[in-house]
Design a binder for this molecule. Structure first.
Ligand SMILES: [Zn+2]
Length: 287
């Protein structure tokens, strides 16, 4: 038995990651995207391709509106991820399969046409998910789907990307505590940590609490020890980690993927001499 073990790390050997997932493509996203860029963070915006510029779906006057397709393309740019959120924001878990397939596929097709990229992420409208929805998303070429209740835990344990739940909604008082916990975590205990904040940016003006996001970002951003990624970058990286091939002695590791992967080598729990190993894309490394 080797005296040390290898633990998956994020890019550059980091052990903590931060991302956000915001829904419904409304004009408050503009301020949120600016805040993320100011703090060198990234996020994913889940939008509805058949509801651009829709001013009529509100039951009462409101202080926000859905952006047009042109505004959305101009805002999210190349650094933010755009993901499917149902073409017309339907109840995916209740639809019959033909309607479900059509809504998901048409949403993916339209967003791909507008943004000129392959769309592989989804957030279930109303957070409502089912095994049938997951099957359709897999068949349609999706990599992950966000749904359900937040975990309120930073430690990244075993999870199914098609039934992924975020860490915390920004309005939850636990959000600021978790942000501080992420900043404070030493990251030398073998655990990968993730703070994945969810919500709708229009809630910030409805509740007059933009300061909450500013506090979260000032707590976790602009740090060397945290990886800032979109949702898809996170899932693609974790998938690449799983594809590594090891020999029994753990003296050889092969990376068959197209992206570099990092591991941390530790002798003991909280090893002060933890080292970071990079396994470059397409290469076999002798350890
Ligand atoms: Zn929504």
């Amino acid at each position: 038995m080797r005296p040390y073990q290898y633990y998956p790390a994020y890019p550059d050997g980091k052990r903590k990651a931060f991302t956000v997932s915001y829904d419904d493509g409304n004009d408050c996203d503009e301020k949120l995207v600016m805040m993320l860029r100011k703090h060198h963070a990234k996020g994913t915006f889940n939008i509805n391709s058949a509801m651009f510029g829709d001013l009529d779906d509100a039951p009462e006057p409101r202080r926000w509106r859905r952006m047009t397709a042109e505004e959305s393309v101009a805002l999210y740019g190349d650094d933010m991820e755009v993901a499917v959120h149902g073409a017309v924001h339907p109840y995916w878990d209740c639809m019959h399969s033909e309607s479900l397939l059509q809504d998901i596929y048409e949403d993916k097709r339209e967003l791909e046409r507008l943004f000129g990229r392959i769309i592989r992420g989804a957030a279930a409208p109303y957070g409502r998910m089912s095994d049938d929805v997951a099957d359709v998303l897999r068949l349609a070429g999706f990599t992950y789907c966000r749904a359900g209740k937040s975990t309120k835990r930073l430690r990244l344990r075993r999870f199914d990307p098609m039934h992924f739940t975020g860490t915390v909604h920004h309005r939850d008082p636990a959000a600021l505590e978790l942000a501080q916990e992420l900043a404070d975590a030493s990251g030398d205990d073998g655990q990968l940590r993730l703070l994945y904040v969810v919500g709708h940016s229009y809630e910030f003006i409805e509740r007059d609490n933009w300061h909450v996001m500013e506090e979260i970002l000032s707590t976790v951003c602009d740090r060397e020890d945290i990886w800032y990624c979109t949702n898809l970058e996170l899932f693609d990286y974790l998938a690449a980690v799983k594809q590594l091939h090891w020999n029994v002695d753990q003296s050889l590791v092969e990376n068959p993927t197209a992206q570099d992967v990092w591991m941390n080598r530790m002798r003991i729990y909280k090893d002060p001499e933890m080292i970071t190993v990079k396994i470059p894309a397409g290469q076999t490394v002798k350890l």
